[in-house]
Design a protein around this ligand. Structure first.
Ligand SMILES: Nc1ncnc2c1ncn2[C@@H]1O[C@H](COP(=O)(O)OP(=O)(O)OP(=O)(O)O)[C@@H](O)[C@H]1O
Ligand code: SF4
Ligand SMILES: [Mg+2]
Length: 316
């Protein structure tokens, strides 16, 4: 399998009047092979969306990004290169489909604008859009094309956004919490649809969620992010069955299931450190029962089989 995306030591600072005021990404490492899904999981504010927007070259001008991004056969790419590849080789779907569409244009007009970038004849575009909408389960495609965003349900709009993202047949689809805004049944249907499309079309996927069960369901490999750093990564089955990092163990301890009634769920006490503060040593130390003096320096990356863990107490 060839590598589609490799991100090494990605860091992001936000500046105000030339001074760093916020360092929300402090070391993101991820690698996705063709056709594979990598799931990123972590609590709110840990840097999941920023990771995606950095990769897409979409950070605001107040941000400074460091690290190496390699993409498919292009090798190492700059922020400007990623902006160029956006919408052709890389597409993204978001949590809130309403924000992806302009309320004053029909869905058809908006999909047309995206399809025109492929420089194909107008009648071929019409055929392409109808086929795309059918492929995402919207059988009444003509009506959908003539509708304004507010005339469609959240689930239908989410399917339209997936159709829009896949018009370009991208090598990589980034899905940022694609089901969080939907009710559970529609969310399951949308997840199943994305999986089916991926198997049919072979794109790689970066799937972002705060829900570790959703990540476990859809991803082949996963990265657990805490306070802007990947603290554990590896094949999903391996991480889920044999978590090593105390934070990963905490996340898994908080998953409800049939054998674990609510009363037995273990919440992780404390809060994620603010990205406004300098973090010295392990960023999980304030919440970790195993923390001691050894954790006051940046934890090493320890390789355990195919997994990588950032913890001073984990032994290979
Ligand atoms: N435009 C911005 N300016 C300054 N800081 C920002 C900006 N966008 C994000 N941040 C900082 O980056 C941190 C991470 O934000 P991000 O949106 O990536 O979190 P997330 O993991 O996607 O959270 P959620 O699960 O709530 O979507 C935020 O807590 C905030 O401190
Ligand atoms: S490095 Fe120390 S504080 Fe951090 S997770 Fe490991 S044991 Fe806990
Ligand atoms: Mg987010």
């Amino acid at each position: 399998m060839s590598t589609v995306l490799k991100v090494s030591n990605l860091e992001v600072d936000f500046l105000a009047q030339g001074t760093v005021v916020n360092t929300p990404l402090r070391g993101i490492y991820i690698e996705i092979a063709s056709g594979q899904t990598l799931g990123i999981v972590g609590e709110t504010g840990c840097g999941k969306t920023l990771t995606a927007t950095s990769i897409m070259g979409l950070l605001p001008s107040s941000a400074v990004q460091r690290g190496i991004i390699e993409f498919a056969e292009h090798g190492q790419v700059s922020v400007a290169d990623m902006a160029e590849l956006r919408g052709s080789e890389i597409s993204m779907i978001f949590q809130n489909p309403q924000s992806a569409f302009n309320p004053i244009f029909t869905i058809g007009a908006q999909l047309h604008m995206v399809a025109q970038r492929r420089k194909i004849a107008r009648d071929e575009i019409d055929q392409l859009l109808l086929a795309r909408l059918h492929s995402v389960g919207l059988n009444d495609a003509t009506r959908v094309l003539n509708s304004y965003p507010h005339e469609l349900s959240g689930g239908m709009l989410q399917r339209c956004m997936i159709a829009m993202a896949l018009i370009a047949t991208p090598k990589l689809l980034i899905a940022d919490e694609p089901t969080t805004a939907l009710d559970a049944t529609i969310g399951h249907q949308v997840l199943a649809l994305i999986r089916t499309l991926q198997q049919r079309e072979g794109f790689a996927m970066l799937f972002i969620s705060h829900d570790v069960s959703a990540v476990a369901k859809v991803s082949d490999v996963m990265a657990v992010v805490y306070a802007g750093r990947v603290v554990e990564s590896g094949p999903t089955a391996h991480v889920m069955s044999n978590p090593q990092h105390p934070y990963t163990k905490g996340l898994l301890g908080a998953i409800p299931n049939a054998k674990k009634p609510r009363g037995q769920l273990v919440a992780i006490a404390g809060n994620v450190p603010s990205s406004l503060k300098d973090v010295v040593g392990c960023s999980f130390a304030d919440r970790c029962a195993l923390a001691d003096a050894q954790c006051s320096t940046e934890p090493p990356l320890v390789h355990i089989g195919e997994a990588v863990v950032a913890c001073a107490k984990v032994r290979a």
